[in-house]
Design a protein around this ligand. Sequence first.
Ligand SMILES: N[C@@H](CCC(=O)N[C@@H](CS)C(=O)NCC(=O)O)C(=O)O
Length: 283
Amino acid sequence: MLAPREPFRTPGREGHRAAGDRRRRVSAGASPYDQSPVPTLVLHALPPSHPCMTVETAVRLKGLSFERVDLPMTGEHPARMQELYGEGNSTVPGLLVDGEPVHGSRAILRRLEEIEPEPTLYPTEEVVEAERWGDEELQDLGRRLPWGALHFRPELLAAIGGGEPLDGPGTDYAIRFVRGAWGYHGITAERLADDLAGLPAKLDHIESLARSGVIGGETPNAADLQIGATVRVLLPIGDLRPLIEGTAAEEIALRHFPAGSGGLPPGAYPAGWVPERVRSSPL
Ligand SMILES: N[C@@H](CCC(=O)N[C@@H](CS)C(=O)NCC(=O)O)C(=O)O
């Protein structure tokens, strides 16, 4: 078992709170004199980003107020993020805590846990490991599989998020945009085929985490939010529906990240690239 939350305390915490005391939180049932300061939170995000969904849901779960700033999807965000969060920190999400930069979804969840310990995001060591797995081994699929599919259906670049299919000039633009995304994320056809072939094993891992109670509890923990957000961005891909439907992964994703409209109809990936689902035995 994890010694509750100790590993995530940082030495600067108290000084940081004292410096940023603009609002105050009163916990339910506490004396009005027992108040602790709540820092100002600014979340820097990109609209479709799943780690940003993870962080925003965690902030809401903690009952903290925050401002979300969506950076434009026009290519300037890496430079802007580095200005705010330091050299090399070009990705979203980032969180300014009273102006102090915290970069990356896992670091942010840990900081949120320090600011507001309840409900805990880290009830056990198993959750810490499952969160790591969700970030390091699953999260990239939330980028590579959607961009991978859009290469074959570029006219649906907007439709995957609920927009309209593109016309000819729009599709010309989308083809260039998706090609850029393949380059940026290091997607190749070989890698995409491997990602698809490996997806059932990852879904099985999520199933076993749920069966052993690491994820899927009443209140989401850090692993639910990391894993659920990635699965949520895979749900609009029709080719993946037979693999995901009825699994713990789907249930957790939809519970914490409600489904939107839009999607890609089945048949986007080349025939034979999406593996058959082998149903695991019931509990
Ligand atoms: N593992 C990191 C990954 C962050 C990440 O790659 N974010 C993507 C959005 S999903 C991003 O910023 N992409 C734009 C870019 O790399 O410039 C985290 O969870 O914070």
